[in-house]
Design a binder for this molecule. Structure first.
Ligand SMILES: Cc1cc2nc3c(=O)[nH]c(=O)nc-3n(C[C@H](O)[C@H](O)[C@H](O)COP(=O)(O)OP(=O)(O)OC[C@H]3O[C@@H](n4cnc5c(N)ncnc54)[C@H](O)[C@@H]3O)c2cc1C
Ligand SMILES: *[C@@H]1O[C@H](CO)[C@@H](O)[C@H](O)[C@H]1NC(C)=O
Ligand SMILES: *[C@@H]1O[C@H](CO)[C@@H](O)[C@H](O)[C@H]1NC(C)=O
Ligand SMILES: *[C@@H]1O[C@H](CO)[C@@H](O)[C@H](O)[C@H]1NC(C)=O
Ligand SMILES: *[C@@H]1O[C@H](CO)[C@@H](O)[C@H](O)[C@H]1NC(C)=O
Ligand SMILES: *[C@@H]1O[C@H](CO)[C@@H](O)[C@H](O)[C@H]1NC(C)=O
Ligand SMILES: *[C@@H]1O[C@H](CO)[C@@H](O)[C@H](O)[C@H]1NC(C)=O
Length: 495
């Protein structure tokens, strides 16, 4: 897919090729004119704001938009969408810009980017516990405000720069999710600009199909200008922990992984844990809703089986755990934000692996992945299982399709941010996944759009991310965006 993009950009900027009429860049002037006449703020090409807003988290996937709108009101969003739709330009909301496929930029050249991150107001109603959050807020800012305004929170991922937009519209799993569910599970309503530029509310009782579709595939349905989330009062005492394992042989790793997945099936709801596999270390890490003595007792049988050495068992309050899992980055992140990496990612959900599957996982890890000299890791969240809050809701409750799987894997293969990812690098991750899923039934596994594999074609991507929810999602998409204005290479196609 890659060779096409520079070509399109070239045609667009040159504007003289015989094929140029097919390029969205031919519409750049008309688009700028329409946005200007409607009073929509924009980034001018080449300005510092343009450079900041166009830089994706994943520098491997740089794309050039045909324009960048920077709304500060819902009306600006409506007008920006109207201009795009009128001119036949594809448009995408960008919130935190953390999509691994740079989908906030459209995932390819030539889209209108609707940069939402200037709209980041967070207001907590102390009496109802409902938080009103603008569609361009970052998770760290959200967490900071909810905590400071009323000692409250909802569950979500740990990176303070991630946008609530992409995160909560496609699932949102974090170190509280086994106890408290996904980010989507806390959403009670949203205000959305649709492809025909009307603005509507949705909730369980108002436009319920749209509300359902937003909670798992939101990026394809409209631009959320405002979210409403329910919240919980944060616990007084939490314990975060890291344990390190030495699994020198494949036999040892097999026994270790078996023990971890067995434990996952019945571990207490208060425990949130993941297995983290990197070239030079293997950890368990997580967050416990309780004190350190109870955590230690809870983990003791597992620790013994997997030969873990606890390196950190630290009690703290809500802010302490936010800082710990935010890796030292300032929690309260707003515009401007400027962190980046260069990587290829993919994901997987499975239930507990049987002996054959575990053997191929461990075999691939020891024989192939360990020879990969890049900075890779595999993170396996203990996502589902009978004790997880994620599994408490019906699979069909939201459009997030893979609630019922025990394990959620993120494969992350990183190079130095200033270095190009090698053209022959993808196979290491792809073969890792195929070695696990080979021989499994088609629907015995899934993938996570928030940990996308940007190299998949759209048909495969839709099937793997949305599974049995795809037909209904495509029907909702047809109702709200039949012309696919909010198109991106792995989004929902209208029925
Ligand atoms: C460092 C890092 C850590 C992460 N940690 C976790 C984690 O712990 N758990 C987890 O589940 N995920 C995690 N993720 C993945 C993250 O949840 C996704 O990348 C998410 O989609 C990013 O959202 P964004 O708004 O920052 O991205 P963007 O690139 O801005 O947007 C992503 C998608 O959402 C759409 N979108 C964004 N805002 C809106 C809106 N207001 N209305 C409509 N559509 C919108 C975009 O159009 C695009 O399709 C992490 C990512 C990174 C880079
Ligand atoms: C909300 O609650 C918090 C803590 O309970 C309190 O400090 C704060 O003043 C309250 N804010 C409002 C606006 O009532
Ligand atoms: C949506 O709901 C919000 C909050 O309940 C309200 O203020 C707003 O006017 C509603 N907007 C529309 C378009 O109905
Ligand atoms: C257990 O871990 C220690 C280091 O913490 C290591 O020396 C030892 O070999 C491991 N034992 C087994 C059986 O894996
Ligand atoms: C498993 O990995 C090996 C080594 O990379 C690869 O050659 C093989 O094709 C993979 N198997 C599958 C089913 O993808
Ligand atoms: C593991 O599962 C696969 C796929 O379902 C199956 O083909 C295989 O026989 C199973 N192996 C064992 C040891 O149960
Ligand atoms: C805009 O689209 C929505 C969803 O399809 C529809 O209900 C509404 O009537 C449309 N509004 C206008 C003005 O066309």
């Amino acid at each position: 897919m890659l060779p096409l993009y520079p070509l399109l950009a070239l045609l667009g900027l040159a504007g003289a090729s015989p094929a140029a009429h097919a390029s969205p860049f031919d519409k750049a002037d008309a688009l700028a004119d329409c946005l200007s006449k409607s009073g929509v703020p924009t980034d001018a090409l080449g300005t510092d704001d343009w450079k900041l807003d166009v830089a994706p988290y994943n520098l491997r996937l740089n794309f050039t938009p045909v324009g960048i709108a920077v709304p500060t009101t819902p009306k600006h969003v409506q007008d920006a969408v109207a201009c795009a739709a009128k001119l036949g330009v594809k448009a995408n909301a960008k919130c935190g810009g953390h999509s691994y496929g740079s989908f906030g930029l459209g995932g390819e050249d030539g889209h209108l980017t609707i940069e939402m991150d200037r709209m980041n107001k967070v207001v907590l109603d102390n009496t109802t516990g409902i938080a009103t959050i603008e569609g361009g807020s970052r998770l760290g800012h959200v967490a900071w405000e909810l905590y400071n305004q009323g000692n409250r929170a909802f569950s979500h991922g740990t990176c303070p720069g991630v946008g609530v937009g992409g995160h909560a519209l496609h699932g949102g799993y974090g170190v509280s999710s086994h106890t408290k569910g996904l980010a989507v599970d806390w959403m009670v309503g949203a205000t959305v600009v649709l492809a025909n530029s009307t603005i509507v509310n949705c909730s369980a009782t108002e436009n319920p199909d749209l509300f359902w579709a937003l909670r798992g595939a939101g990026g394809s349905m409209g631009v959320v200008t405002q979210f409403r989330f329910h919240t919980f009062v944060v616990p007084q005492k939490l314990t975060f922990f890291v344990g390190a394992m030495q699994w020198p042989t494949q036999e040892r790793a097999l026994v270790g992984m078996q023990a971890v997945q067995d434990f996952a099936q019945s571990m207490p709801p208060e425990l949130n844990m993941r297995l983290f596999i990197a070239p030079r270390f293997i950890n368990i890490e997580g967050l416990y809703y309780g004190d350190s003595a109870t955590l230690t007792a809870t983990l003791a049988p597992l620790v013994k089986k997997i030969n873990a050495t606890m390196q950190l068992v630290q009690e703290g309050g809500w802010l302490d755990q936010l800082k710990h899992f935010g890796n030292g980055v300032t929690v309260d992140q707003t515009h401007p934000y400027n962190f980046h990496e260069t990587f290829y990612s993919s994901s997987l959900y499975t239930n507990a692996l049987n002996d054959t599957q575990l053997k191929s996982f461990v075999g691939y890890w020891f024989n192939v992945a360990k020879k990969n000299k890049r900075d890779w890791y595999v993170q396996i969240d203990l996502h589902g299982g009978s004790t997880s809050a994620v599994t408490k809701l019906e699979v069909d409750a939201t459009s997030y399709a893979h609630r019922d799987y025990l394990l959620m894997y993120l494969f992350y293969d990183r190079v130095d941010r200033n270095v190009a990812y090698p053209a022959d690098g993808f196979a290491t991750t792809q073969n890792f996944i195929r070695n696990i899923t080979d021989g499994m039934g088609n629907r015995a596994w899934g993938q996570y759009i928030n940990y996308p594999d940007p190299n998949m074609d759209q048909i495969t991507a839709q099937a793997n991310y949305w599974g049995t929810h795809l037909p209904k999602l495509q029907a909702v998409k047809k109702a709200v965006d039949p012309g696919d204005v909010f198109n991106y290479p792995q989004g929902i196609l209208p029925a």
